[in-house]
Write a new protein. Structure first.
Length: 296
């Protein structure tokens, strides 16, 4: 699997954090980096970004096969992406405690799958306009999930994951979705929220009240759609952030609108994701350290 890597131009003493960015259907890695402007953000904030690219051989529209059972269980493309992460981290001495993964649409779903199956590697996940985890297992079923969610299939999938890995650590997640998305409808974001509440053992009754942010009208320096932020904490730690954006379709919020699947109006999804990611780090378990060193 090919990939593109961006490193900030200045030297840092500390190892770099790494953000893995997975494009959506009908996008290339280069288009995704330009549309999200993540390289500019990485240069400003001092972290690295890697962009795996789906091949036309694997899918004629460069879609990730997030609906396949093998992939959902951590094989196939999910395992290949983990291989890219390991290669980049070893070669450039990245900070293993600060590896994050995010994506758009099919890329968001695959980012979630990687994080769920390799929780000792990923410190936090970001999903923008992505389908819910666990349903499908065929292209036709995947399309149905994009329109109507996974229903009980999604609930069973997350329960099965918890049964398979009862010691899975909490997984911080930020979920961004446009309320006018007709490609991956907002019901998916609602079901993703429920899955992360279950995975992170969050009491919905203790969630913070949603905060409404007014938009900025056209003609102002930076236009932005109104949106709501709904935060869920585990103790004092922010574990889940849901951002519902009014007026946004199937597009990266605050992106480069000269490219498909990007909306120029804010809020800036790239900055929102990095602001969430930088709060979190994943300390590797003794089992993970032993696996990397070749001991048991």
């Amino acid at each position: 699997m090919g990939y593109w890597l961006y490193l900030p131009s200045y030297d840092t003493v500390a190892p770099l954090s790494l953000v893995v960015m997975l494009h959506g259907c009908s996008q290339t890695a280069a288009q995704f980096s330009q549309g999200t402007r993540f390289n500019q953000l990485a240069e400003e904030k001092g972290f690295a970004v890697v962009y795996p690219q789906q091949s036309l051989r694997s899918h004629p529209s460069r879609c990730w096969n997030w609906y396949e059972k093998e992939v959902q269980e951590g094989g196939g493309e999910a395992r290949l992406i983990v291989g890219i992460i390991e290669q980049v981290v070893r070669r450039y001495g990245m900070d293993r405690t600060r590896i994050y993964i995010a994506g758009l649409s099919a890329g968001a779903s695959l980012a979630n799958i990687v994080a769920l199956n390799f929780p000792e590697l990923i410190a936090a996940v970001g999903m923008h306009s992505g389908p819910v985890f666990g349903g499908g297992h065929s292209r036709l079923a995947g399309l149905a999930i994009m329109q109507a969610g996974a229903g009980s299939q999604g609930q069973r999938a997350i329960n099965t994951l918890l049964e398979r890995t009862p010691d899975i650590p909490p997984l911080p997640a930020i979920v961004i979705h446009g309320q006018e998305d007709t490609v991956v409808r907002p019901i998916n974001a609602n079901q993703v929220k429920l899955q992360f509440q279950l995975l992170n053992r969050l009491d919905s009754a203790q969630a913070r009240p949603a905060v409404f942010k007014k938009g900025k009208q056209r003609g102002s320096r930076n236009t932005a759609n109104p949106y709501r932020i709904h935060d869920h904490y585990l103790g004092r730690k922010l574990m889940l952030r849901i951002c519902d954006i009014e007026g946004l379709g199937h597009a990266w919020s605050g992106g480069d609108a000269s490219l498909r699947f990007n909306a120029s109006e804010g809020p800036d999804a790239s900055r929102m994701m990095w602001d969430f990611f930088k709060r979190h780090r994943r300390l590797p378990s003794a089992r993970a350290r032993a696996r990397r060193s070749g001991t048991t």
